[in-house]
Design a protein around this ligand. Structure first.
Ligand code: FO1
Length: 318
């Protein structure tokens, strides 16, 4: 079985662990969001690709969900001693090595997809990880800062501002001119099932779908497309997805997120058991819906979620 997953960071990466356990024989291709990427200290940092790579490769800081386990921050401290920031973004020493290798390879002319493959040769994530695009796409968020409306980089909004100010708009800058990375459209066309994990529907999956050709390829793949709600009981399972949902005028409910993707894209949608009341509404919008436990409390729970997603795919295929 060939499975394609459109993934953001922590939620996508943790779900993938369960999917690998649920379908050990499957060939899994992960199309990773690169809209969160940021250039810092002359280095290219790809948080979502790295989160997937480290999580599946056994190098992730488990509690935090991003960055490396057993991390130290000597380089960050030394940079701060020179007055060089930003100090609000926590790059650790081990993580720095990844960004140095990536930046060096990019400077040598390799595209991000080839660089990601090279980095994965070390981590062996058990999936094929492809960035959504080799072209630069940067998610910006429009906020009011000291009475002035301006667009800031997604990481500045997310990490520095902790999404504490209202987001008026979200824009994947550069997406309209970006091309899907080599292998993305091919993987989608060859898939038996396409999965939207419980990643952020706006700044993770939404950004991937904003790359021209990807949304169309998913919609026209002719295979089941199933998603898992990142909203449980009207609140994001983790993170601050509700803030960016508000920016695009979508309510923070499992049913509203399904409607946001729409029946043109989604065939099946899993909501948590606490949202069982939303099943009828989602189904009336033409999307098959089931209520199952969606809290990723550990590998067993996550594996069961992945099984439910694959079972729902079977059901909509039949
Ligand atoms: N998230 C934070 O909340 N604070 C940080 O300092 C931070 C640093 C960081 C460094 C590397 C990396 O790969 C991820 C990092 N993240 C950090 C997570 C990241 O900001 C977001 O959670 C994702 O971009 C959203 O998917």
């Amino acid at each position: 079985m060939r499975i394609v997953v459109l993934a953001g960071g922590i939620g996508g990466a943790r779900f993938l662990r369960g999917l690998l356990a649920a379908a050990p024989e499957a060939e899994i291709t992960v199309v990773g969001n690169t809209g969160d990427d940021i250039h810092l200290f002359g280095l290219k940092v790809c948080p979502d690709l790295d989160t997937v790579m480290y999580t599946l490769g056994g190098g992730i800081h488990e509690e935090q969900g991003w960055g490396r386990a057993d991390e130290t921050f000597a380089v960050k401290e030394e940079l701060a001693a020179y007055g060089v920031g930003p100090e609000w973004f926590g790059l650790g020493d081990r993580d720095f090595a990844t960004h140095i290798v990536r930046t060096q390879m990019l400077a040598a002319g390799y595209p991000l997809s080839a660089v990601t493959e090279a980095l994965c040769a070390r981590w062996k994530p058990g999936v094929r990880l492809i960035p959504m695009s080799d072209d630069r796409v940067e998610t910006h968020v429009v906020v009011d800062v000291e009475g002035e409306r301006k667009a800031v980089h997604f990481q500045e909004y997310w990490v520095r501002m902790r999404a504490a100010v209202p987001a008026h708009a979200v824009a994947p800058v550069g997406a309209e001119a970006a091309k899907p990375a080599p292998g993305v459209l091919e993987a989608i066309a060859a898939a038996d099932v396409i999965v939207f994990p419980p990643s952020n529907p706006v700044v993770s999956i939404g950004t991937i779908l904003a790359v021209p050709g990807i949304r169309e390829a998913v919609a026209e793949a002719g295979v089941p497309v199933v998603g898992l709600s990142p909203i449980v009981g009207d609140a994001p399972v983790r993170g601050m997805a509700d803030k960016v949902l508000a920016a695009v005028g979508v309510e923070s409910t499992a049913a509203a997120v399904a409607a946001h993707y729409g029946s043109g894209l989604l065939d099946g949608w899993l909501v948590d058991t606490v949202d069982a009341g939303a099943v009828a509404e989602v189904e009336s919008a033409g999307i098959r819906c089931r209520a199952v436990p969606l809290m990723m409390t550990g590998l067993a729970a996550t594996t069961q979620m992945a099984r439910e997603a694959l079972a729902l795919a079977q059901e909509v295929r039949a």
